[in-house]
Design a protein around this ligand. Structure first.
Ligand code: 13P
Length: 250
């Protein structure tokens, strides 16, 4: 089965609303590739102007986080209905920076994943090991645990629509990209884990991205791997280079 590639930018905590619109205008003509779903995941305050600026283009807009309750007294949080109403289609869940700095756990990730599906949002579910875990040889066990908890009480039908981002923590923002073999090995293990939890059809449908220092030069080989269906791109998504990454196959 052939899966459409999905290449998403994660802007992290960068770009004021004014800068965000300027960046969209710069990137718009560069990120056209009909073989690829293109997503800009942007800070919450940038969502409305970015959705507006992306109208009539191939770019879909994603959020970088959301809360797992419908609404209420949760000062500072963003509800899924707010994202949907603003025109958001994707939401990054459980990025390692949120796990490290904002106390996200596998359990909160699972609650958010379920909530995203309830509202018709596609979660981009992040997983990844630390350098210590890789050196200890427990990478695959760790990732399998993250995946199993993330997908608790998620139907096969929804799981098939999910996006998983494998982001080794040691490769994020370090310029130290995983080798294609390392990235493919883990993405393959993730797909096998999904097949175990659900079935082969779900595993064949789900899209798995690699993230961690993806650049215009590393993208073509990474995205050519059997189990890598695109990328989640940090630093390089803020530059015209993102156009080259999206057009990795041209
Ligand atoms: P970099 O591409 O800057 O390493 O960031 C990766 C990442 O965390 C994307 O979510």
């Amino acid at each position: 089965m052939s899966r459409k590639k999905i290449i998403a930018g994660n802007w992290k905590m960068n770009m004021t609303p004014t800068e965000a619109v300027q960046l969209v205008e710069t990137l718009k003509p560069l990120v056209v590739n009909e073989d690829v779903d293109v997503v800009f995941c942007v800070p919450a305050i940038d969502i409305i102007p970015v959705v507006e600026a992306c109208k009539g283009t191939n770019i879909q807009v994603g959020a970088e986080n959301m809360y797992f309750e419908d609404k209420g007294a949760y000062t500072g949080e963003i509800a899924p209905a707010m994202l949907v109403d603003a025109g958001v289609k994707y939401v990054i869940i459980g990025h390692s920076e949120r796990r490290e700095y904002f106390a996200e756990t596998d359990e909160t990730v699972n609650k958010k994943v379920q909530k995203a599906f309830e509202y018709g949002l596609t979660p981009i579910i992040c997983c990844g090991e630390s350098l210590t875990q890789r050196e200890q040889g427990i990478t695959i066990d760790w990732i399998r645990q993250q995946i199993k908890i993330a997908f608790l009480n998620v139907s096969a039908e929804n799981a098939a629509k999910a996006v998983i981002a494998y982001e080794p923590i040691w490769a994020i923002g370090t310029g130290k990209v995983a080798t294609t073999e390392q990235a493919q090995e883990v993405c393959c293990a993730i797909r096998a884990c999904i097949a175990e939890i659900y079935d082969d059809a779900t595993a064949a449908a789900i899209r798995i991205q690699y993230g961690g220092s993806v650049s215009a030069s590393s993208a073509p080989e990474l995205f050519a791997q059997a189990d890598i269906d695109g990328g989640l791109v940090g630093g390089a998504s803020l530059k015209p280079d993102f156009g080259k990454i999206v057009n990795y196959n041209k």
